[in-house]
Design a protein around this ligand. Sequence first.
Ligand code: TXA
Ligand code: MG
Length: 342
Amino acid sequence: MLVLTNKTEDISLAARLLREGKVVGIPTETVYGLAADCTNPTAVGNIFRAKGRPADNPLIIHIADINDFDKYCYPTQTAMKLAEAFWPGPLTMILPKKDIIPSVVSAGLGTVAVRFPSHPAAQAIIRQSGVALAAPSANISGSPSPTTASHVINDFDGNEFVAAVVDDGACECGLESTVVNLSGDVPCLLRPGFVTPEMIRALIPELTVAKAVLQVLPDDEKALSPGLKHRHYAPKAKTVGVAGQTANAAKYIFENRGKNTFVICFDGEEETFTAPGMTALAYGTPDRPETMGNELFDALRQADASGADMIFIRCKLVGGVGLAVYNRLLRAASFDIKDTDK
Ligand code: TXA
Ligand code: MG
């Protein structure tokens, strides 16, 4: 796999590879994406092969010009309103698709997910490719989303389906985009992100939030939402989310520790969770949930790489970006959350 920079000639090379039907890892403001020409079914098929992604999980397409919005889908009035407020940026909208989108992108659905990223290198690559790019997060299916080029290299170096990655440093958000379904009767948030429900409700008060954002779905409901049923981000070691005051959390964690324990803690708790056989890594503070969003996936990757047999993640559900952080954390912990204040 070629490792490219954000320099002009490297961006041009990445765009040329994409025009030739190759798969290229690209930076965005949310997480790195594994991109291909969204109108080329063979190229898109190679994204699924590279990731080991189930064929029934549809992809987001990325545009870099608002005038391209209705090339690929049928935007509604609500969609135009949200585009004006939040694009370019970390918001994805699901809308009825046009025929130009091959069914491999939409996993056979009549809708397509569209996003206009704000990241300058992502925009340059899309523009020079001359086409919208289908791009899921650039991780092997089931591992944490990549927030740096080295995460992408870790997952795909030597992978025959991936031609290159463009390294442009760490992603600004660190969590995937907010996904809103606008193809039904009522706008519905399927995945929370840095564009928060509060921000969307200021414009679209009727927005609902899918139950699956904070709950395990029963099997019959999973069938209705392809995007929500797939397992996500679970580290290899047993992982438990731990809520509650520091002292209560510490009591629980020390009583339930493994041989080799990794604690992803809040800023300021590092000392409490540093002990023989126990490593602490702070990932931010609930007072500013964006800081936790920035670091969560990297922390999960470090926890896995440490060879720990037991991982604890400190958690607290707060508003704003906090919903997105908690949503990812629930999945990392397979919904196993212990409230130690109770
Ligand atoms: O921030 C992001 O959104 C990143 C960057 C690369 O843009 N991309 C990303 O893609 O996170 P991915 O494939 O990892 O997540 C896309 C989510 C999945 O949960 C998928 O099921 C859902 O969006 N999705 C895509 N198209 C859909 C559709 N037509 N209907 C329902 N859900 C859809
Ligand atoms: Mg993903």
